[in-house]
Design a protein around this ligand. Structure first.
Ligand SMILES: NC(=O)c1ccc[n+]([C@@H]2O[C@H](COP(=O)([O-])OP(=O)(O)OC[C@H]3O[C@@H](n4cnc5c(N)ncnc54)[C@H](OP(=O)(O)O)[C@@H]3O)[C@@H](O)[C@H]2O)c1
Length: 244
């Protein structure tokens, strides 16, 4: 699964991803996002944005299409109705939302359900440095509704893998990650990703990487099964944020 968005770099990553997927030829799931900018108020604008994304990707159908964020003059429900229409039209296969709360997930799923479309994914910031989804109801909603929690920025934007975490309490985390990594002949990035995947079966991490060696290294996290003791040691130095 490759994740992109129309809002990233004026759509250029969509063009690059489409070209790369065609050149490689292997089946891939491409995910992109609709940005409900303030000037976007109608389902016709939604349809036009999706068509442009498909054009840039060079595809007739997109594997997964997200509402990028909920901040919009139109509610989440309006955009979910448009999403359901796009599923029925065969332009997208699955629907997701991003940067949304548990309540917004329930609202989205309720509107989609009217059209017989499930909510497939909820993409939120989730990492050892940002554990909010574990306490704000998003992970819980994913479990209850059987929705994938797609964890973005899972390496803290690169801070975790750099091994030199700055900030209060972070040196303990860096030390523990390095320790676990050393005993497992792994890297801190792999341990951080393996920790994330162990949160719940619903969690899928989407690490960003521009270097092929980073992609290979991160894929290696799938083979790293952390023990309960290792998970507990990491948890001790990375407490989740208290519920609000
Ligand atoms: N929905 C949203 O609002 C939202 C917001 C932010 C991000 N996202 C999505 O989430 C994806 C990932 O987030 P992100 O890129 O912001 O943060 P990230 O995945 O936490 O970190 C990416 C950074 O980590 C480095 N890195 C990756 N693997 C590494 C490794 N094994 N060792 C050392 N460094 C490593 C990368 O370096 P190199 O580039 O040198 O490989 C890059 O600088 C994005 O690509 C985007 O698709 C979504």
């Amino acid at each position: 699964m490759f994740d992109t968005a129309e809002a990233y770099n004026a759509g250029r990553p969509e063009i690059a991803l489409g070209q790369a997927a065609r050149a490689d030829g292997r089946p891939v799931l491409l995910a992109s996002k609709f940005a409900p900018f303030p000037y976007r108020v109608s389902t016709a604008q939604f349809a036009s944005a999706l068509d442009k994304t498909l054009e840039r990707l060079g595809r007739d159908c997109l594997g997964l299409y997200y509402l990028h964020f909920p901040y919009s003059v139109r509610g989440v429900g309006t955009w979910m109705t448009a999403m359901a229409g796009a599923v029925k039209a065969g332009k997208i296969r699955a629907v997701g939302i991003s940067n949304c709360t548990g309540a917004q997930m329930r609202k989205a799923a309720g509107v989609l359900a009217r059209y017989g479309v499930p909510l497939a994914a909820s993409q939120v910031h989730h990492s050892l440095l940002h554990r909010k989804p574990e306490t704000d109801g998003v992970l819980e909603a994913c479990r209850r509704m059987d929705v994938a929690l797609v964890a973005y920025r899972p390496l803290g934007g690169g801070a975790i893998s750099a091994g030199s975490l700055a900030g209060p309490g972070r040196s303990a985390l860096a030390g523990t990650l390095a320790e676990v990594a050393a005993t497992r002949n792994a890297t801190a990035a792999q341990v951080a990703l393996a920790w994330l995947l162990k949160r719940d079966d619903h969690v899928i991490a989407i690490p960003g990487a521009t270097r092929p060696e980073h992609v290979r290294e991160n894929a290696g996290a799938l083979l790293l099964e952390l023990s309960e003791e290792e998970l507990a040691a990491i948890d001790r130095v990375s407490a989740p944020a208290p519920a609000r």
